[in-house]
Design a protein around this ligand. Sequence first.
Ligand code: NAD
Ligand code: LMR
Length: 330
Amino acid sequence: MEKSPIRVLVTGAAGQIAYSLLYPLSKGDVFGHDQPIELVLLDIEAMLTVLDGVVMEMQDCALPLLKSIIPTADTDVACKDIDVAILVGAMPRREGMERKDLLRANVKIFKAQGESLDKHAKKSVKVVVVGNPANTNAFICKKYAPSIPPENFTALTRLDQNRAQAQIATRMGLVPQDVKNVIIWGNHSNTQFPDVRHAKVAGKGVYEAVQDDAWLKGDFIKTVQTRGAAVIKARKLSSAMSAAKAIGDHMRDWWFGTKGDEYVSMAVPSDGSYGIEKGIIYSFPVQAKPDHTYSIVQGLQIDEFSKEKMTTTLTELQEEKCSAEEFCGY
Ligand code: NAD
Ligand code: LMR
């Protein structure tokens, strides 16, 4: 018997990330090859004609799992009865900007979408915020949707995890999948802390395998922290293909659960673990179960080097939170 469809909202649906995301999402790569999907596509009024073109292309892909497509510029219509919200729609940064420079322009989008989710979405809705600054936008979205469990609001740091895995794998002449349990702590920004102290590469600790502590504590961290800016400098546009891939990875692991004792990084509301202020959307190592619940991995030893880096990125998030609340009116 065919499963009942799930209703999946993608915002910023006429933009570049959505263009790389909608095909894999609708052909079953994220929620399973037996899971029918009703797609809801939100963009702003001025982009509706472009969105029409995207809808035409989706129809022309002739995908068996794609049961319906609703394009709209009305947030309330978009949020109606949704099971999953992939919130991409926001202004991207340009060369020379930091992601937090987008806060004033973007945070109100997430306030409005939080209010709409609160009124119209299923209470079980799973939300991933991609639009930057992603952690703080997710914090605001959660704040304005008090009837939805806070743990249902997450932000994307999986792209940073994938970048870190790829850097280690390239260095070792392996593939990224050979690198397990890399952690991204904190903000999706240049203060994030990509931590490989608990990671394994082909069964060995990364420090033991790489044999270059100076690189692991220096250029490796810097490269991951500033990879988004490097892509913008080269492409004159922010990452889209890799961002779409990371969104799929994030949602798939949340939906189906993580494997064995492996963990992945997701920015989630802090429960106070590792001394991080409760409620802040902070990237942690998490393990997920097939019932779509997840928990923060406990008991990892944090050395002085890590502690300092985890505090720096927390401080930035606390500052962003204050600015965001001010921009939203309190
Ligand atoms: P884009 O400009 O190509 O597309 C953004 C789309 O969002 C546009 O079509 C725009 O009209 C739409 N939009 C704007 N306001 C909206 C609203 N209120 N409701 C619905 N749609 C709205 O940008 P992009 O490259 O797709 O990037 C989107 C966002 O994702 C940016 O903020 C970018 O910085 C961020 N991003 C995050 C990550 C991450 O890892 N967290 C990675 C890459 C990009
Ligand atoms: C990225 O990490 O590539 C995105 O957040 C886009 C950006 O502004 O860096």
